[in-house]
Design a protein. Structure first.
Length: 645
């Protein structure tokens, strides 16, 4: 019975998490009355029982096989048996073949252990239960991955920039690490790791560990990650990768054709590290490198420790989209250093990070740009809230409320979370709030915590320390409430107001803003110009905009993700060829899902979407494929089993 309830709540949770920053479909609401895990710190997305036994260190010995599209090898866990009565180690797996399980005896010899691999659950994968009556200090699992592993993408040479060598990369967040390593796949467990990896000699292998910029490319690599990390930060990539430094501790890994452009685009990274250190204390991970992935990467960025994985779609030549780097870097404090203990507390990672990101942008590029980005995000939040179920509009669920959590990955976690911190900053002043946040990162460094721990810490170190500024009720309204509190600070951006005026004038009588104004517009102003357009425009209006600004065929994905859906809704099919090319070239969900969602609203668009998807699919990452399939199935009224996003 308990297991059924657990799965039910997990189903609701994942059903809602259609994709990061993509609003949840309206029907994907948490079921009122569905029971969440009783303990707020319990992770409904993992079978592991970390209260009984916990992994403190992981040693991987892996071989990458590009022909078979598999990883095979062993994972060895150093274990801390916390519960005196525990004799079982429960691991998460998905689509893994388990070859053997052994435990190390007191005499140092390895003996086989009994184990059971349960039938697969479509959301959680297969529970691996290992019998360890001797409570071995080390257990070793030999396994191989499936070519369809949800956390890996294997690319043919044709799908890379250089076109000569194959490429592979992992994306473990949220629950895909289990598809390439059997482990306790919950962020409440932190472990250090080492890895020995073999690959074809011409492939460079990188991991979320101590990559050596001077490493010899010989097909045999060793890694060490001495800081304890949660499983979703385990990462690997391999391909024709070269390094270009930005500073002594930072640089870019990319395919040779891309690396210099990337290093130029991200040239401010060292400055970003320095301003974040000044605000929030030392960078504790030694190197900070970035790996530019092929355009099929399903996200914008992933904060894998020491080496953020980055979409090439932010390399536009003018540094206008580098807030993504500020974001992934900020996770080195909020997320990687202080981590949510369950994905239900996503705002602790993404909200705090979005706030820190904005502070970095302000320090480096000024308040005007920071405010523009804030307003753009706040408008996306308002739009997102409209089609979101009530429950999903809260940052977190009260510990005593027995309903499943809503979508952890909408604008709520990011932008309402950041807005909440802006509110605290405004009330307490930076002179009090900055040291508070710095103290929070220090106090909980290398720990995983739930929202309730954040609240208790804020109560003691902010509310009680500076009485009369913010009440407990206000704090809880921000966290547990389902609206934007009236106490929300109003941020206005004069340049964006000018854009509003320009748009309104054009909509009223067709007068476009003067060239002298638009020539000076930043990317953010253009995005805001498009964001504020009505749902549909006339053909003439679309054609006029296109003639003036050449939106169709844009190389800027942020423009494309706004222009093409508007074109679809307006029936402006002039864009179709360029739009289809964009959908085939790019796999980043945030950029292409709005187009698919717009297309599937009408039968003709649905047919077009299916046609493009059929061609694009071989190049898409499994996560993107899952999202597109779900959008098409929803439009066709077909029920498909929930899979992890
Ligand atoms: N950690 C997230 C990506 C993520 C979240 C992957 C949840 C899987 C599940 C990353 O830091 C992120 O937020 N990326 C954003 C970019 C950012 C600038 C908002 C993205 O990919 O769009
Ligand atoms: Zn993030």
């Amino acid at each position: 019975m308990r297991k059924t309830l657990l799965l039910l709540s997990a189903a609701a949770l994942l059903a809602a998490s259609a994709c990061a920053r993509d609003p949840a479909p309206a029907d994907a609401t948490a079921q009122p009355g569905a029971t969440a895990a009783a303990d707020p710190a319990e992770d409904a997305l993992s079978y592991a029982e970390p209260g009984k036994v916990t992994t403190t260190a992981l040693a991987l010995d892996l071989a990458l096989d590009f022909d078979q599209r598999t990883i095979a090898g062993t994972a060895t866990y150093t274990l801390d048996w916390l519960d005196d009565a525990a004799t079982e180690l429960v691991l998460d797996t998905r689509d893994l073949t388990i070859e053997s399980v052994e435990g190390e005896g007191a005499d140092g010899s390895w003996q086989p252990l009994q184990y059971t691999l349960a039938d697969a659950d479509s959301l959680l994968g297969s529970k691996l239960t290992i019998e360890a009556p001797e409570r071995n200090a080390s257990i070793r699992v030999a396994y191989r991955t499936s070519p369809e592993a949800s956390g890996l993408q294997w690319l043919t040479p044709a799908m890379t920039e250089g076109g000569k060598q194959p490429f592979m990369f992992s994306q473990s967040q949220q629950i895909h690490a289990r598809s390439w390593v059997p482990l306790q796949d919950t962020p409440s467990v932190r472990f250090t790791y080492t890895a020995h990896v073999t690959a074809p000699a011409d492939a460079m292998v990188l991991m979320s560990a101590d990559n050596d910029p001077q490493a010899e490319r010989d097909g045999d690599y060793s890694f060490e990650m001495p800081q304890p990390i949660p499983s979703y930060l385990l990462a690997i990539a391999a391909g024709d990768l070269v390094f270009e430094p930005i500073s002594a501790r930072s640089g870019v890994w990319a395919e040779p054709a891309m690396v210099s452009r990337a290093a130029a685009e991200f040239a401010d990274t060292e400055k970003m590290i320095e301003v974040t250190e000044q605000l929030y204390g030392p960078y504790r991970w030694e190197r900070y490198d970035m790996l530019v992935l092929p355009p099929s990467f399903p996200y914008g960025g992933m904060e894998n420790p020491r080496i953020s994985f980055i979409t090439p779609t932010v390399i536009v030549g003018d540094k206008s989209l580098v807030s993504l780097i500020a974001h992934e870097l900020a996770h080195s404090w909020s997320g990687n250093l202080v981590t949510f203990s369950t994905p239900k507390d996503a705002w602790l990672n993404e909200g705090v990070t979005s706030y820190v990101e904005n502070r970095i942008i302000e320090e480096l590029y000024g308040k005007e740009l920071a405010d523009m980005e804030f307003v753009i995000a706040r408008n996306a939040l308002s739009a997102g809230l409209e089609d979101m179920p009530e429950q999903a509009r809260a940052l977190a669920i009260r510990p005593d409320v027995r309903v499943a959590a809503g979508d952890p990955l909408t604008e709520v976690a990011y932008d309402k979370g950041a807005w909440f911190l802006e509110f605290l900053e405004e009330r307490f002043g930076r002179e009090a709030f900055d040291p508070f946040l710095r103290g929070y990162f220090d106090h909980f460094a290398f720990q995983s915590i739930p929202t309730t721990t954040f609240i208790a810490y804020a109560q003691e170190h902010l509310l009680d320390k500076h009485p009369g500024k913010v009440t407990r009720e206000e704090l809880e309204e921000w966290i547990y409430g389902t609206t934007i509190p009236d106490s929300a600070p109003e941020i206005v951006s004069a340049p964006l107001q000018a854009v509003d005026d320009a748009r309104a004038a054009w909509l009223a009588d067709g007068t476009l803003p003067p060239r002298s104004a638009t020539d000076a517009w930043s990317t953010q102003e253009w995005l805001h110009f498009l964001d504020g357009m009505p749902q549909t425009l006339t053909q003439e209006q679309m054609a006029a905009l296109d003639a003036a600004y050449e939106f169709t065929g844009t190389r800027n994905g942020e423009v494309a993700m706004r222009w093409y859906p508007l074109a679809v809704r307006s029936g402006y099919d002039v864009v179709n060829d360029d739009m289809a090319a964009f959908m085939q070239r790019v796999g980043r969900r945030k950029l292409i899902m709005p187009i698919y969602h717009a297309l599937v609203q009408a039968p003709e668009g649905l047919a077009f979407a299916k046609d493009v998807f059929a061609k694009a699919r071989p190049g898409y990452h499994p996560i993107t494929t899952g999202s597109v399939e779900a959008a098409i199935a929803a439009a066709e009224g077909v029920e498909i089993p929930q899979v992890a996003q």
